[in-house]
Design a protein around this ligand. Sequence first.
Ligand SMILES: [Zn+2]
Ligand SMILES: [Zn+2]
Length: 382
Amino acid sequence: MENKIEQVNNYQAKPDDLEKVNWQERINKYFRGEMHTHSVLSDEYNREAGLDNKEKAHRIERVLDFYAKQGLEFAVITEHGSDPGNPRQLKADDHICRLLLEQAEELAARKETSEKGIEAYSSVEASIFFDQDGQAVLDLPPEVLGKMDVVIASRHVIDRQRESEAIKASFLTAINNPDVDIIGHPNRHIEFYPHDWAYFKKYWREDKDLSGALEKMETEKDWDSIKKIIGKKDVEDSDDNFIQDSREKFISLESDYWRMWEEVLGAMEKKGKVFEINLNSFVPSKNFYQLLLAQAARLPNLKFSVSYDFHNLGQLKNIKDKDLQSEEIVGVKSPERNKAYRLLLDLCDLLEANQIGPDRIINSSKENFIKFLNNKKKSRLR
Ligand SMILES: [Zn+2]
Ligand SMILES: [Zn+2]
């Protein structure tokens, strides 16, 4: 893995590329600090379950060293509480909570004592989930959330994952929680592309009759009917009831879904919660993400954060080579770009296309980030 990290550290654009466009400057305009990066403490839930270092996360100093080499000014060290794959409500005196609080104190002390260098901020990524009574809750208690520089709340494994009402209820719980600052990877696991057969099919998974019938269409390669259901072909009067019904179901699922986003994004704007553009799951070149970001961009007071959400620095390698083959953007030849920077450059293009300026990105400069932290303090005092 060391090699992979070196590849990144040593990456430099060729001089002729730099002449064409200064891509570093372009990135710097939007990204001066990493807003969501994990360290060893995020593995604590695994250790408690007897699985040691499953995430292969790094020590904080190693993480900071990496980001310092990238030229960043700060990094937000974000840790999990309970297992995101099986979240549960933790109490303030649980072992993990005590460790989270200790780490926050250590990071605060580090700020006082460390020389210039890169700054580190404390953070947790609380999991949003439904408890036994069907109420949306966070896994971490207010005693922990209240002590962090930054609180991110994210949906991970959660019941009724694709039901718009349930998605909304889960988001609103986090949005209405005064301790939460950022909604983490809001798109993750609920990407609903235009004409998205897979989403539709998964939505009906519990309904054995319907999902069986949809599955049959696929095995029989009845593409014509499938295209009609997902709206790639017109439904005709002569089509059977099942196709007509399924088309209606698709239309209402899709409109409920986008209405959910309208309400969720509106509530985020109103409550001052930040929309996290998490490049671990947000793919700027794909149309679903473009649609979602365009909708968010229309709310003038909604702010964004940009992050990679690394659990492990080797994660960079997960960006596939084929992702580098897509069309040229801003004059930098794709193969010349570092893989992770490629995503960020694609995002810069998308932000500009949506007229989202650096002023709306809380980590586009240290100054913006400090302003965000100060606003948070003020709203807490109120
Ligand atoms: Zn997450
Ligand atoms: Zn994370």
